[in-house]
Design a binder for this molecule. Sequence first.
Ligand code: ZN
Length: 190
Amino acid sequence: MKSRHILLAGAVALALSACGNSSAPADSAAPADAAPAAEAPAAAPVEAAPAEAAPAAASTKPAVVENCATTIESNDAMQYNADSITVPASCTQFTINLKHVGTMAANVMGHNVVIAKEADMAGIAADGASNAAEHVKEGDARSIAHTKVIGGGESASVTFDVAKIKDGGYKFFCSFPGHLALMQGSIQVQ
Ligand code: ZN
């Protein structure tokens, strides 16, 4: 807050001095940003910090989370309607409800939600190909949690202990053959 006042004061001073000389007032806009930063170097990092933090948490389609649960939609175009799930740290357990809003059958355009470390995604999908009902190999410990595979008009849910993903680096994805590339997102506890 303090730095803003310094910046503002600098800008005002520059603006005032700009009025005093003959150059066009429009030219004063650009120098006004640079000059105060040079006068007060400490102000620059303070201003920059929030702007840098934003992209790290950036998501174009964050899932809506309520009461330690979220509903993700999937469709015939091999898409989820969310690319990020943020689980509140206050939740002990978390539920993901998956809906297939398309019309194609589970054996053609099946979807599930699997939660695993990012490095384990491809292996889980590859090994799960033989288990058509879930597309996760039975007893695969790399899967933190997963729903069954559903087709158009169907839905499925899975509930898991939030403690299992607190160390970070987890993703949610569809392990149906060929879907991983398009159907995945980050899941983090915050
Ligand atoms: Zn899928």
